[in-house]
Design a protein around this ligand. Structure first.
Ligand code: ATP
Ligand code: MG
Length: 397
């Protein structure tokens, strides 16, 4: 077993020593079998949450009502979840109730796709009840059980199908696919945050084009905020040869491809429940993109947007087939004498105390002009040079 699993094996053993069953389950088993980097190791057990907590010294109640306890061992964290089934699916959403069960079989049955319904014991022995190994080998995403029923239980699974298609570069099995096409409307019942998380993973997957094509063609696109109106624009992304490297570039790419006007971008990102941080970063990238599509950015623009935004904008331009001289732009940025206002060798206080200016709007203007001269390499950033510049210049009130 690979190191990550070796390190986690004592958790399974500790549970077994207390008379419980315990297995590795879900994404980590799948990813191990196809040599994909492993995110987090999930463990399923017949022990109830209280029993899990009694077995280990350090635990955190992360999702106790769903049966999940986080176990901390050797500075690693593991999500340990009691075998459970889900019941009372209402409105095609996640279940209101989980029921703890004593068998692994019941637990695996409620999982979404056969490749996600594999379990592995501490010896590396695989439990495969639904043909998940075969589907992994054939690169197929197939619902566990009847796909229509499974999508009625939780419509997010349709979105998960296309996101795994993108992440794994797999195909979606025929019946599973037909069920998505038939039931795509159910996706509208799902909370936007959940759809967004899957959409973003789709957007950052290696098989982006494949997953995104399905997302459009299975009509899931028709059920998501704002974008449902932009099918032909979004289809153009299927011709792009670059993959978005991160969340900010992904949302910027979507906004630019839909040609959303600048004042519509914030509302768009809010509708998708993005954080303020992501929102502001995306707006900055799209603004600078708009600038750079028509001209070279000024030094002040490089300064104002900063290096991270610049690099992301360059990537975005390349995605859309624009040639950009990245080295030149980054050199220009690096040569700026100041990178932010606090690096300026003068401030309002000095202007008032040492140079006798009166507090007021003039101060801001002077600082702006000084900053501009420094950004344009017409002035050095030291107090003496700046004082001299102000004295000989036309800066009197
Ligand atoms: P990732 O690498 O993105 O974490 P993952 O397969 O671990 O992929 P998670 O969303 O972390 O996906 O879910 C862990 C496991 O829980 C899945 O592999 C699957 O077995 C099960 N699961 C998660 N969400 C659902 C769902 N909506 N319906 C059924 N089973 C689910
Ligand atoms: Mg996971």
């Amino acid at each position: 077993l690979p190191e990550l699993f070796e390190e986690a094996a004592p958790i399974l053993k500790a549970l077994q020593d207390n008379g419980f069953e315990a297995y590795f389950v879900g994404g980590s088993v799948r990813d191990l079998l196809i040599n994909r980097p492993i995110n987090d190791i999930d463990i399923a057990t017949s022990a109830y949450p209280e029993e899990i907590k009694q077995t280990f010294k350090k635990t955190v109640d992360t999702g106790i009502e769903h049966g999940t306890v986080t176990v901390i061992e050797n500075k690693q964290t593991y999500e340990v979840t009691t075998f459970r089934t889900e019941s009372d699916y209402q409105d095609f959403r996640r279940p209101d109730k989980v029921t703890f069960v004593k068998s692994l079989t019941e637990d695996l049955k409620r999982r979404d796709f056969t490749i996600n319904a594999l379990a592995m014991d501490a010896n590396g022995e695989i439990v495969d009840l639904f043909g998940g190994l075969d589907d992994l080998n054939h690169k197929v995403i197939k619902a566990v059980g009847n796909p229509s029923e499974r999508f009625h239980e939780d419509a997010l699974r349709m979105m998960r199908a296309v996101r795994f298609q993108s992440q794994l570069d797999f195909e979606i099995e025929q019946h599973t696919k037909e069920a998505i096409i038939e039931h795509h409307e159910l996706l509208s019942k799902i909370a936007v945050e959940r759809v967004r998380d899957e959409f973003l993973k789709l957007g950052l997957g290696q098989g982006f084009k494949k997953g995104f094509k399905s997302f459009i063609e299975f009509n899931l696109l028709k059920q998501v905020p704002i974008l449902y109106d932009y099918e032909s624009e979004l289809r153009r992304l299927l011709g792009i040869d670059f993959l978005p490297a991160n969340e900010v570039i992904f949302w910027s790419m979507i906004a630019v491809s839909c040609q959303l006007p600048l004042d519509k971008i914030r509302p768009f990102l809010v509708k998708w429940k993005n954080s303020n941080k992501i929102k502001e970063e995306v707006v900055a990238v799209v603004e600078l993109f708009d600038v750079m599509m028509i001209k070279e950015p000024t030094n002040r623009e490089l300064y104002q947007y900063g290096l991270t935004t610049l690099l992301q904008t360059i990537e975005l331009m390349r995605m859309f087939g624009e040639e950009v001289n990245a080295t030149l732009l980054v050199d220009r940025y690096n040569q700026l004498l100041i990178k932010s206002r606090d690096e300026l060798a003068i401030d309002g206080k000095i202007l008032i105390k040492d140079l006798g200016f009166r507090p007021g709007p003039a101060i801001g203007q002077i600082l702006y002009d000084v900053e501009e001269a420094i950004l344009n390499h017409e002035l050095e950033n030291n107090l003496k040079a700046i004082k001299n510049y102000i004295e000989v210049g036309d800066f009197h009130e």
